[in-house]
Design a protein around this ligand. Structure first.
Ligand code: GLY
Length: 314
């Protein structure tokens, strides 16, 4: 099977002055993941490597540089899902983990549960060899200044440098047919302490089923949760494969093909129409064909084209 990889650095306003940084961040993430897939490595390693690169890049709202909550603290969420077993590993509201996607993977591979939150997740991290950091190590002065401005006046996204929804994610298919999706976020700026959005929730911010496809979402979590957007996208992919099989068995066989790109756009249409939400998603169908869509001014994303070149867009 030909490997495939798609990544995103969030759907948000992305002012002109940050476009190049977002582009470079997506390129580095693609390079980190593709280096693994191209030499025959596993999709889980590629997704982890790509998302670690995005978490470590302070331009995005994940890992270091994430938005602060109303108490002035970073609370991080992440998930990774295995499309073969349908098992996920998710963590939410962790404050002392530099790379929550690594912890999500530990949960996926070494935990009897699928989601751990807060101090329990951090204890599990220590028990499984992940070093904890001080919460302040994740806080950038840029975010501290924005938080102060919001406290002094009314909360405004303007203070956050347009950096309002820089959730990150990746979906990878490897040559052995394993399909993995992952998502990581600092959540929304000035969120209530303890607030968890769509990102770490199976079916909302992420879903993968090797029979249909894998998805990672970004945007306003409260709206994405209403339409369970990642699972909705995978259900549409499944229906498209069933429809195509059915069409092939009919005498005329002339049903217009439904593309992964068209289905990604249909999901974002549903997000806008049914949940009045804004955001975006990336996906790979089970054959590794990419799709992406957003209804925000911009989304940072990239994928590997059939000739192995990188397509990056912001
Ligand atoms: N989509 C990220 C969040 O709402 O937390």
């Amino acid at each position: 099977m030909k490997p495939s990889l798609i990544v995103h650095g969030g759907a948000w306003s992305i002012p002109d002055e940050f476009v190049e940084e977002c582009r470079a961040g997506c390129r580095s993430a693609l390079a980190a993941g593709w280096e693994i897939l191209a030499r025959g490595g596993a999709a889980i390693d590629a997704v982890e490597a790509a998302i670690v690169a995005l978490e470590n890049d302070p331009i995005f709202d994940a890992g270091i540089g994430s938005h602060l909550n109303r108490d002035g603290r970073v609370e991080l969420d992440a998930i990774v899902m295995d499309g073969v077993t349908l098992k996920a590993g998710a963590v939410a509201a962790v404050e002392r983990v530099r790379n929550p996607i690594r912890l999500a993977r530990k949960v996926l591979e070494s935990c009897e549960h699928m989601m751990l939150v807060g101090s329990g997740a951090e204890r599990f991290a220590s028990q499984h060899g992940l070093e904890l950091c001080a919460p302040e190590e994740l806080v950038l002065e840029r975010e501290r200044a924005a938080w102060r401005q919001c406290r002094e006046g009314a909360h405004s996204w303007e203070f956050h440098l347009g950096h309002d929804h820089g959730t990150v994610g990746a979906v990878a298919l490897d040559r052995y047919g394993s399909l993995i999706a992952g998502t990581s976020t600092g959540g929304t700026c000035c969120k209530m302490p303890g607030r968890v959005g769509d990102s770490p929730l199976i079916g909302c911010g992420c879903y993968a089923d090797v029979e249909a496809g894998g998805v990672s979402c970004t945007g306003w979590g409260e709206a994405i949760m209403k339409i369970v957007m990642a699972k909705t996208a995978v259900d549409l992919l499944r229906a498209a494969f069933v429809g195509a099989r059915h069409a092939a068995s009919t005498p005329s066989g002339d049903v217009a093909p439904v593309t992964p790109q068209g289905l990604a756009e249909a999901c974002i249409h549903l997000l806008a129409e049914r949940a009045h939400g804004r955001g975006g998603l990336i996906l790979l169908d089970r054959e590794g064909r990419p799709g992406f869509a957003f209804n925000t001014p911009r989304m940072a994303y990239g994928y590997v084209a059939p000739d192995s070149s990188f397509v990056i867009s912001v």
